[in-house]
Write a protein that binds this ligand. Sequence first.
Ligand code: NAD
Length: 481
Amino acid sequence: MTFEVQNRIGDARQPASDGATLQRHDPADARTLVSVAPESTGDDVGAAVAAAAQAFPEWSRTTPSARAALLEKAAGVLAAASDEIGAEMVAEMGKPLGMARKEAARTPKNLELYAAEAIRLTGVTYPSDDPGATVYSEREPVGVVGVITPWNFPLNLASRKIGPALAAGNTVVFKPSPMTPRMGERLGEAFVEAGFPPGVVNTVHGVAAGAHLVADERVGAITFTGSTATGARIHDAVGLGRRLQLELGGNNPIVVLADADLDAAAQVVAQSSFSLSGQACTAAGRILVATEVHDALLDLVVAKAAAHVVGRGTEASTTMGPLIDGRAVEAMAEVVADAVAAGARVVTGGSRLEGDLAHGHFFAPTLLADVDPTMALARTEVFGPVVGFERVSGLEEAVERANAGDYGLTSAICTTSIAAARRFAMAIQAGTVRINRPTVGAAFNAPFGGTKRSGTGTHREQLGPTVMDFYTSLKTVFFGS
Ligand code: NAD
């Protein structure tokens, strides 16, 4: 069955105004067409922004309780369909069914969390030097929020943006990834089904739609999660006067010191590097290992790589699904070839998988040794199951190498030394530091995001207690009599 996805603009489900479509094929078997979605024009995106702008005044005046109740209803709509949605997610983007179901079940919880934020929002009253005036700051919604998201967590990431935007009284134009249009439609339509007024949540699909949305000056805030390359383009396009949140890519290091528990460290490395086939922004592609334990750790991680069952996400035995598309497979082959040409050694994997899996975009879990900091593998985001081992003399060299990179999303260290863990946590340039824990994942009550080229540094506004700051403006009032 192929999903016929439509845009949602105001109260209408509709195709692109010129009828153009994009097609999404199953990454596990490219012969299967999964979804057909609108390739929206600039006019379509403009209409969605107009609908959101028109809906804003009335929506922004609704009570916090009313907004919370609708968010809870949307959570209920998603929760009721979560098994079905999980299966559709596997068809569009390939992750193993268990992981997809987990994401589908977690997404409604995000909306419940943000429902409560609608009620919890506060302002601040300040001591006043002017006895005749009360000085306070109050929060206002920003207006129309543009939400642009990637495919790797197609529901969860978008719900973490749309939820707080709506809770604060903003209206939304949502632009899901062209890789996962059905997931975008599922999420967008849940708000409609829950009873949000027309125009409060609009969904537009397409490859070019994101740039149209960013260019529209009526969009007061843009929250984007995706690659650093796209984020840089958006950054250039937004200019002064509009709010921008960029959550971008990473090249996340794990440091393993000589005193580490090696079995535990091997588990940390394997989980960080291969879950979601390495297609997580928090995946670790760079393992900086103290020379004394390098070979022993490598052997342990090779065994873990060999234990992975690579296959279709629909198979219960699968632990690693396909990559998102053919280009991603080519990118893995290139990064391996580049490293080998520069002197690295393939220890396991290194190529795409053929045989039964030849019609999908499968790449073997791959470990390379003798990687050095000049290789693309050590400098760029790989976003796949290719991992490089580098030998380091100890903590100081590891930190120096890690900090020399362009990214600063997440990081980890495996050590039994409290002093080394403390020093690492202080010195590493990254938004998140994990001690003896995998780099992957996030907690929805703790801030998440990156420094340097991993984002705009507004990560305290993505997850955690200050999440609502991005979606509200503060107005300071000097209230005299
Ligand atoms: P991508 O940058 O290719 O696309 C992301 C979204 O941007 C898509 O919806 C796309 O259609 C849209 N887009 C493309 N060009 C645009 C433009 N010029 N203007 C506006 N929008 C545009 O990223 P992807 O391949 O979908 O996702 C993978 C990337 O996302 C990786 O780099 C990964 O690290 C990153 N990511 C980051 C986080 C985080 O929280 N930091 C989380 C998940 C994924």
